[in-house]
Design a protein around this ligand. Structure first.
Ligand SMILES: [Zn+2]
Length: 231
């Protein structure tokens, strides 16, 4: 990675659509319409390196994640994504109405190599669960971590070892739900993530999706998963 001085002078306004890099980096999206990534880090100039690498990641992974979750020929939810690095309270969040990913400047400073977070947040844009209810967020987060750890970090087979059977359940979300989905994929239905993702996208993000994909209710599936952890 090229190191840039944190004192590098930044143009005012802080929005960088990157006209100079579009030719150099060659936005290659394997379908009609390239993704245009805009960077905003004027309030956090120390995040410049992270932001530019994040931009390249988004260009590569936006169509890739769509293929993972929906298969080929799925229409991407918009042709532009904005990555914003700024001082803020939470670590990260994504506004799927505007395709804007916000990441904390303080978090980036402490975790300058956590590009998996960009992939996780970008997955939320691809998921585009417009009708998601608060009590369904665990499943959205589990699928985002499934994508992050299976395809980007490539360590998803390690996640099950960190599941605490006394405290966690399938609603824990994030890595726990991701480990569960990966186990279901290998032991019940290889297409489970796509099928559940499609249900959530269509506005039916409930545990009934597990029965539909795997033929058994989610509690029974979770218990089988826990038993597998003890072997
Ligand atoms: Zn998330």
């Amino acid at each position: 990675m090229m190191l840039l001085s944190s004192s590098t002078a930044l143009p005012r306004g802080g929005a960088f659509a990157g006209p100079m890099d579009s030719a150099e980096q060659g936005v290659k999206v394997h379908r009609a319409g390239a993704v245009r990534v805009t960077l905003e880090y004027a309030k956090a100039p120390d995040c410049k390196v992270f932001a530019w690498k994040g931009k390249a990641l988004i260009e590569e992974w936006y169509p890739k994640i769509s293929d993972i979750l929906f298969g080929p020929n799925h229409e991407l939810p918009g042709d532009s994504v904005t990555l914003i690095c700024e001082p803020m309270q939470s670590i990260a969040y994504t506004d799927i109405r505007k395709n804007r990913i916000h990441i904390s400047a303080e978090y980036i400073k402490a975790n300058p190599e956590d590009y998996g977070m960009v992939v996780h947040e970008l997955t939320h844009i691809v998921q585009h669960y417009a009708k998601l209810q608060r009590e369904q967020v665990w499943l959205q987060e589990g699928i985002a971590d499934y994508v992050r750890h299976k395809y980007f970090e490539r360590d998803i087979e390690n996640l099950a070892a960190a599941v605490d059977s006394t405290r966690d359940n399938y609603r824990t979300g994030y890595r726990v739900t991701a480990a569960f989905l990966f186990w279901l994929e290998n032991n019940s239905n290889p297409a489970v993530v796509r099928e559940i993702n499609r249900g959530c996208r269509d506005g039916h993000c409930t545990v009934e999706l597990f029965r539909g994909a795997c033929g058994t209710d989610v509690d029974a599936l979770w218990n089988k998963f826990l038993i597998s952890l003890k072997k």
